[in-house]
Design a protein around this ligand. Sequence first.
Ligand code: PHE
Length: 337
Amino acid sequence: KLTHSLSTIESEASLFQLKASYLGKSGVMQQYNEQLKNLKPEEKKEFGQKLNILKQVISGLFEEKLQAIVQQEINQKLSQSAYDTSLRAEFIRAKRHQGGYHPLTLVKREMEDLFYAMGFSILDGPFVEDEFHNFTALNIPADHPARDMQDTFWFSDKIHCLRTHASPIEIRAMQDLTPPFKFIAPAKVFRNEEIDASHEAAFHQIEGMVIDKNIGVQHMLYFLNTLVQEILGKETKTRLRSGFFPFVEPGFELDVSCHLCHGAGCSFCKDSGWIEFCGCGLTHPNVLIAGGLDPSEWSGFAFGLGWDRFAMIRYGIEDIRHIQGADLRFSTQFRSY
Ligand code: PHE
């Protein structure tokens, strides 16, 4: 009878009620205890032992049922919880937005890691430059036609401008550091340009400079070859063409072999197999003097590369407008790097 009653019970409260009717003060067991008094002494012992065993069995059954009810309540709470602890991790991750690093940041970090390992410092300078650092000290005097090479945003005082290139950082470095020194400088620069697939009014350059004794073109080529082979691939070739920049003499343009099509022809090398990579050359004596260095003692080389273009050819991005477009469909493609 008891096992049947127990099987119909679902709550702790009704379990305790049933338990009282068996083991409580006016329960069934108590009635047996009272019968005990009326028995003969020899019967008492046997009946008493039987009663004890019965009591233990009944208590055990109630304890068992109590455990079952408690466990059932826990299961029920868990199934109503806001957390589905059985949900698979992939499902949760897919629903959460995951960011990525911008390709400009990625190539900058590659450049910084490489050059830092070769003993270079990482420098920057102000966006708003003065005429001296942006032009005059770089051997571009006020009346020189080379000023027209870079369409400039001038401030109304006609002395300050937004820096048109990263090269003014060369002058600041020469003024601030004790030679010998070497640095690279990733920098945002500004030009008053028509915007199209390869031109933005605000874009980015990375300048590099080494100042030491007896620097020659071979030193410059060593570092530039290391740069392109480490970042674009070991098989990447370079070639120098002569190029004019007032602050270097001799001046060059460095091309790299197209690592995207390997000469088969593509939009990045305009089917020529070569991509213009950077301007470079040996630092002009006038620039050393403007930076406070004696050209009979010190020499140097410098290079300036288009950081946006570098990111574009590094990752095969066709349009510079993607770089600054802030379109998440673009930037999240780089999350795996
Ligand atoms: N500053 C030059 C430019 O903006 C690039 C350059 C840097 C060329 C250093 C030579 C040496 O075009």
